[in-house]
Design a binder for this molecule. Sequence first.
Ligand code: IMP
Ligand code: MG
Length: 176
Amino acid sequence: MNNGETVGEIMITEKEIRKRAGEIGEQIGRDYAGESVLLVGILKGAVPWMVDIMKSISLDVEIDFMACSSYGAATKSSGVVKINKDLDSDIKGKNVIIVEDIVDSGTTLKYLKNYLANRGTKSIKICCMLDKPDGRKVEIAADYVGFKVDDLFIVGYGLDANQKYRQLPYISYLKG
Ligand code: IMP
Ligand code: MG
């Protein structure tokens, strides 16, 4: 099925994404030296980025996943966040790093950060592959950012448009 949309040119290559993920993973290793971290990946979009990040962290790393959605399938977030899958593990006393694909309005991450902080974490930070600062509606900043992008509808490397394009090994955008 095609709704008349086409994928634009490559904005960020796989090589560039993996290089940046490596740098951030090493930075996380330095920032939490002597400690361990729990990466909380937000399904499904964060999966490829999380895989890249975790391989370059030279600490004890645990991983877990959450799934959430803003109500409705619109391309603009509706502002209300629903948890579809919660964590399997207890996060009390842990250094949690939320790993997300993209920060747009910021609604999802602001909600998730508060939600997890209420469980007595030792610390909580955010690592996102992409940041779309022009889309921001609530105040939230990621601690580790892969790349800043313009206010386009981004697809690839985990990011979808109605569940398509997640498998593209690069970052692109939808045209038309
Ligand atoms: P936010 O709550 O508005 O920051 O949006 C967060 C979620 O919306 C992300 O986790 C993505 O799943 C989705 N999203 C935001 N912008 C894009 C985009 O450009 N392409 C694909 N998904 C996006
Ligand atoms: Mg998402």
